[in-house]
Design a protein around this ligand. Structure first.
Ligand code: DC
Length: 209
């Protein structure tokens, strides 16, 4: 059995997973792995290439051309590289969120990323956040948390994040986008977002960090 400790935090977008995971990882000196960023990198590549994310065979055909690297900067933060280019900022664009959610439904995309995620957990003690970490990527994780919050609270948090970055946005639109993504992520056929049976359920709607 590996001596590394694996903490899995799953839940819908905007529940506070990354904020929580990052701070737990820093405190425990574990590696923080944001798996959504990896799916976003594929979504970004598909978007940049002008491929329709609903065209499964076109998306799958592009995978062999992608070299995806996860690096940790001097700031200790996870950076994503796509074919040698740092795309850490670009993958946060709202349009990329939609592309990431769409392409992540394809089993070929999930299979392509599965080993990369498991490898990180074999080599390091990790706090990994995503949608299927406790159910699929690390079913033997030592600690599993299912973190959620109401869609309105999540939309408000996203709204604040975006406006702080100077991005103009609309709260209602953000909430609708969150609901659409929840629906897609929870109802897809492969590795949908569900609470693992042995995960601790945590509703952060009325909680601060
Ligand atoms: O966590 P996030 O919002 O950055 O994730 C972007 C998309 O990636 C999300 O809509 C679903 C997908 N995703 C996934 O399918 N599995 C994961 N483990 C993480 C993210």
């Amino acid at each position: 059995m590996s001596e590394n400790i694996r903490v899995a935090i799953d839940g819908p977008s905007g529940a506070g997973k990354s904020t929580l995971a990052r701070s737990v990882a820093a405190r425990l000196n574990f590696l923080y792995v944001d798996t959504g960023a990896i799916y976003r990198t594929i979504g970004y590549a598909v978007w940049r290439k002008g491929i329709d994310p609903r065209d499964r065979s076109a998306v799958v055909a592009v995978l062999p051309d992608l070299e995806i690297c996860l690096t940790y900067g001097t700031d200790g933060l996870q950076h994503m590289e796509l074919n040698g280019m740092d795309v850490t900022a670009e993958i946060r664009l709202p349009e990329v969120s939609r592309y990431a959610s769409l392409v992540s439904a394809y089993p070929e995309v999930r299979a392509y990323l599965l080993e990369m995620q498991r490898q990180l957990a074999r080599e390091n003690s990790v706090v990994m956040d995503g949608r299927d970490i406790g159910t699929c990527v690390l079913p033997e994780a030592d600690v599993k948390v299912y973190l959620t919050a109401s869609s309105l609270v999540r939309a408000r948090r996203r709204y604040r994040e975006l406006t702080e970055k100077g991005i103009t946005c609309d709260l209602k639109e953000i909430e609708q986008d969150i609901l659409d993504r929840d629906h897609r992520d929870m109802h897809r056929e492969h590795s949908p977002l569900v609470q693992a049976e042995d995960a601790v359920y945590l509703d952060s709607s009325d909680m601060t960090l």
